[in-house]
Design a protein around this ligand. Structure first.
Ligand code: SF4
Length: 62
């Protein structure tokens, strides 16, 4: 499983707080997702980050 942040991101920072192993904020103030496969032990946190995004900007390849 890999995640992607689309152009809808408003830079609220929630995903990076919910799952910093996968999501981080750029200097431009938007989120990016790790290009690596999500480790098993953070799958739940990553899914919570996705569901918590207020603008549905987080997609995955599942
Ligand atoms: S939760 Fe959504 S809107 Fe907020 S920073 Fe993450 S991707 Fe962007």
């Amino acid at each position: 499983m890999k995640y992607f942040v689309n152009d809808s991101c408003i830079g609220c920072g929630l995903c990076a707080m919910a799952c910093p192993e996968v999501f981080e904020m750029t200097d431009a103030g938007i989120a990016i997702a790790s290009k690596k496969e999500v480790p098993t032990d953070v799958l739940d946190a990553a899914a919570q980050a996705q569901s918590g995004c207020p603008v549905n900007a987080i997609e995955n390849d599942d």
